[in-house]
Design a protein around this ligand. Structure first.
Ligand SMILES: Cc1cc2nc3c(=O)[nH]c(=O)nc-3n(C[C@H](O)[C@H](O)[C@H](O)COP(=O)(O)OP(=O)(O)OC[C@H]3O[C@@H](n4cnc5c(N)ncnc54)[C@H](O)[C@@H]3O)c2cc1C
Length: 541
């Protein structure tokens, strides 16, 4: 049962859902997602969406805050688009039914680290969940969108898969859909499309500690890499400074660490070492409101200096009513672990949170392959540079998702080429996996290597070690992949390994410390040369 559609959207987070809705206004869409529709990073977003809504705020200030966070690597045009088109997209979300928190009838605007103004539109502390709810309800009403759940995209269909076109050069490559695994039937199908939109979210699961859910295995980056698309700035991984510290017995290795939102620090939360002392003033005059990378490095340093496994975040000086009003979700979750945050300090540790780099796209979310667009966290639009300003990512997903849909509209109208014959998936000669332990073990190993050697603080030696280890796991995984009937875990491991490779390679290319990339061997930015992106492309495909 091969499927055909005009537009294939892969992923049901904010980027996939929003883009699918816009595109469905003029053509048919198939949206596939690997679990159920709501399982995404988006669903976990607490803080909100940054945008210039307050009359006292200005576009110039939001642009400036974004550029400062990006540490010299932002694309100014992309930032300007993000900021100027942001308010319209917020009103689109409201029109689609999102109930953002209001005060006296007006949108309640919060302030977060790195922002000079109150500009965070939010739905209490479950913004992402509320946005997902509204988008999924709108999608259900839309006859042009077919949603297929439990369906995992394996690889993109390009010249590489078409027998007679294998030699096509990277610069002329097209994308015509994807091979997908129907997880419940363990069967691979082919979906051909004129346009494909990758909206597969982030890659936090490549690290041992992450706030990202189990779906965030970097599938989009890996598929794009394998198909020869251009990726950039993969070394810039944002570590959220404050995830709830839990021990191995509290959660298995795929379960995300629970995020203690930035907003708690914005609300007056104080960081303390385990002996109760404040420490942020030693690192930055903005203290707890310094950008995330500075706070994460400060915590990392205190943990290494003292040999501790966590620090505390203290919000006990606020009243319980106040805390419950602002952070009902955080309060409830901490209570599950026996922590009453109105009385007890919260144990916190940094965790991999967001990938600033990704598939290189232009201002209409076009990748380097014809017919392949990408939106949301999986992209490098240029708005984040070397570090993302808090709450700019949900905004990026809707602003560039909207722009993609406008461009796709034109492309579909003019589309004349024939999609070539692409063979069905062939797994003859492969066997069912009876050694799943190999996959579990390798997955844990990738996460540990990345945490220990490619984490908040890096060095040439650590990167070299990581590279060797990951290369070995790559060889073992490819070997297993070729012999085995595919299933979810092996596909995800393969993608994690590809992402680990790209992060390490990009980190090795950057001979300086900048933004989120900090290395002991080059501890300052390179002041002598113009900052530029690290670009990476698989030329063996
Ligand atoms: C805990 C947490 C809090 C956050 N808070 C904020 C915040 O307050 N403000 C902000 O701006 N940002 C926040 N972020 C970041 C933000 O949530 C994400 O960057 C954003 O939601 C990404 O949206 P997306 O649509 O690109 O990806 P996602 O929301 O992750 O969606 C990806 C989708 O792709 C699907 N998928 C993945 N691989 C495949 C495959 N191979 N085949 C089929 N489907 C696939 C997934 O199942 C999922 O449906 C937060 C992130 C986390 C983890």
């Amino acid at each position: 049962m091969a499927l055909k559609t005009d537009v294939l959207v892969i992923g049901s987070g904010i980027a996939g859902l929003f883009t699918a809705l816009q595109v469905s206004e003029y053509t048919d869409v198939i949206l596939i997602t690997k679990k159920n529709q709501s399982e995404s990073n988006t669903n976990y977003a607490q803080g909100g969406i940054a945008s210039v809504i307050d009359t006292k705020d200005t576009f110039e200030k939001h642009i400036e805050d974004t550029l400062v966070a990006g540490a010299g690597l932002c694309n100014k045009k992309a930032v300007s688009i993000l900021v100027h088109e942001g308010p319209d997209r917020i009103y689109d979300l409201i029109e689609l039914g999102t109930n953002f928190t209001r005060k006296n009838g007006k949108l309640d605007l919060a302030k977060e680290g790195g922002h000079s103004m109150h500009r965070i539109v939010h739905a209490r502390d479950f913004t992402g969940q509320e946005v997902e709810r509204a988008l999924i309800e709108s999608i259900k009403l839309h006859p042009n969108i077919t949603v297929i759940e439990d369906t995992l995209a394996i690889d993109l269909l390009t010249e590489h898969n078409a027998n007679n076109l294998k030699e096509a050069t990277l610069n002329n490559r097209n994308c015509w859909g994807a091979y997908v695994l129907l997880c419940n039937q363990n069967k691979v199908e082919k979906i051909t499309s004129k346009v494909t939109v990758l909206a597969t979210g982030g890659l936090g699961q490549v690290y041992l500690h992450t706030t990202n859910p189990a779906i965030a295995t970097g599938d989009g980056y890996a598929m794009a890499y394998r198909s020869g698309a251009l990726l950039g700035n993969m070394e810039f991984i944002q570590f959220h400074p404050t995830s709830l510290y839990t021990t191995e017995k509290d959660r298995d290795f795929h379960t995300p660490a629970f995020l203690i939102s930035e907003a708690v620090r914005g609300f007056g939360g104080i960081l303390r070492t385990q002996d109760g002392n404040e420490f942020m003033e030693k690192y930055d005059s903005r203290k707890e409101l310094a950008p995330r990378d500075i706070v994460a490095r400060a915590i990392d340093n205190e943990l290494k200096r003292r040999g501790d496994e966590f620090v505390y975040l203290d919000i006990t000086h606020k009243t319980k009513d106040d805390i419950l009003e602002h952070f009902p979700n955080i309060f409830k979750t901490c209570m599950k672990y026996g922590i009453d945050i109105s009385k007890n300090y919260i144990p916190v540790v940094p965790a991999a949170h967001y990938a600033c780099g990704g598939i290189v796209v232009d201002e209409f979310a076009r990748t380097s392959l014809k017919g392949l667009y990408a939106c949301g966290e999986v992209t490098m639009t240029g708005v984040h540079g070397a570090n993302r300003l808090a709450s700019n990512s949900l905004l990026e997903a809707v602003v560039f998702g909207y722009r993609a849909s406008m461009d796709i509209k034109d492309l579909i109208k003019k589309y004349e080429s024939e999609i070539p014959e692409i063979p069905d998936w062939d797994d003859s000669g492969t066997l069912s996996a009876d050694e799943k332990v190999l996959i579990t073990h390798s997955t844990k190993e990738v996460k540990q290597v990345m945490w220990d050697y490619v984490g908040i603080v890096r060095s040439n030696l650590r990167l070299e070690r990581a590279s060797t280890r990951i290369h070995n796991i790559f060889l073992e995984t490819e070997n297993l992949y070729k012999k085995t009937k595919i299933f979810e875990d092996i596909l995800e491991l393969r993608n994690l390994v590809a992402c680990a490779h790209m992060i390490i390679k990009s980190a090795q290319l950057r001979k300086e410390s900048r933004g989120l990339h900090y290395t002991l061997d080059y501890p300052t930015p390179d002041f002598l040369t113009e900052p530029k992106e690290t670009l990476i492309r698989n030329t063996h495909t």
